[in-house]
Write a new protein. Structure first.
Length: 159
């Protein structure tokens, strides 16, 4: 057999394994988001130690993005946060630095929307939107307070 054919078979197998991992992580993240407080989730998944990825990691970032995108199509009601959590686990296992970002934006009807995305260096791994620049990233302490305030409006504003 030609070496290129064997290499392609290995690539197909690796992509299938990554897809399966992404699917399992998306389902797990949906469950975790329902039962675990956000503070705990972010403390575990928020950011890796180093943030600037080596240029060799670009291929792995692309593979992870594609696997999460494909797996999302098979998981009902997968949100930007569940996609981000799945991607952070895959990036961590691959040794690729990342940061989970939570941002908010004011809509034209004076409501606000929140969005989560994952960055690795300047690369957006998951959660890229055409209007992503409208979202203001929250410092995690503010994000925690916003979530707590939704549960108890009597809390004082953050300092």
């Amino acid at each position: 057999m030609a070496p290129s054919f064997l290499l392609r078979l290995k690539t197909i197998r690796d992509e299938g394994v990554l897809f399966t991992e992404a699917w399992v992580l998306l389902v797990s993240a949906r469950l975790i988001c329902k039962i675990v407080p956000f503070r705990r989730i972010y403390n575990v998944a928020g950011q890796s130690a180093a943030f600037a990825p080596p240029s060799a990691a670009n291929h792995k970032i692309l593979q992870i993005r594609e696997a999460v995108d494909r797996a999302t199509a098979c998981v009902p009601r997968a949100t930007c946060l569940t996609r981000g959590l799945a991607a952070t686990v895959l990036l961590r296992v691959a040794g690729v630095p990342y940061r989970l970002v939570i941002g908010v934006a004011r809509q034209v009807d004076d409501t606000f929307s929140a969005h989560a995305w994952v960055m690795s260096g300047e690369n957006i791994v998951t959660g890229n939107l055409p209007d992503l620049s409208n979202y203001v990233p929250l410092p995690i302490d503010s994000a925690r307070h916003c979530l707590a305030h939704l549960k108890d409006p009597a809390l004082p504003p953050p300092r």
